[in-house]
Design a binder for this molecule. Structure first.
Ligand code: THU
Length: 130
């Protein structure tokens, strides 16, 4: 899939963000190896720590539908510059992809990063057996 289309889908789902506290809308569109897209927005909670980021919403939706292999994720917000994924989301993305393109958009312009570049030395499954 063309990354511009993935960015558009991230902007579309960003409108659904439930953000009464931060008013900071985020949208994500996750591309599977087979070409399917799962979208997600951030969902906040009065108990702030229970908030779920847009990226994890997309991943959890996909994994709960049986998906395990991802090739790219587009992330957008309403800020003037690109929005980088938080540390927890980088860790969760790393759980399911060694290599993945992370597409960060500002308007319809976007930059493509490698997940390994954003999350070097991630804690991995293999650590559990060392
Ligand atoms: N947020 C995301 O959805 N993704 C990120 O990677 C950064 C932060 C959300 C969480 C919260 O709802 C709001 O942005 C402000 O932190």
């Amino acid at each position: 899939m063309e990354y511009g289309k993935l960015v558009e889908m991230a902007y579309e789902v960003m409108e659904n963000a439930y953000v009464p506290y931060s008013k900071f809308n985020v949208g994500a569109a996750l591309l599977t190896k087979s070409g399917k897209v799962y979208t997600g927005c951030n969902v906040e909670c009065a108990s702030y720590g229970a908030t779920n980021c847009a990226e994890r919403t997309a991943i959890f939706k996909a994994v709960s539908e049986g998906e395990r292999e991802f090739t790219a994720i587009a992330i957008v917000s309403r800020t003037r510059d690109i929005t980088f994924p938080c540390g927890i989301c980088r860790q969760v993305l790393s759980e399911f992809a060694d290599e993945m393109d992370v597409i960060l958009a500002k308007g319809m312009e976007y930059k493509v990063y490698k997940l390994t570049e954003l999350m070097p030395y991630a804690f991995e499954k293999s650590e559990l057996n060392k």
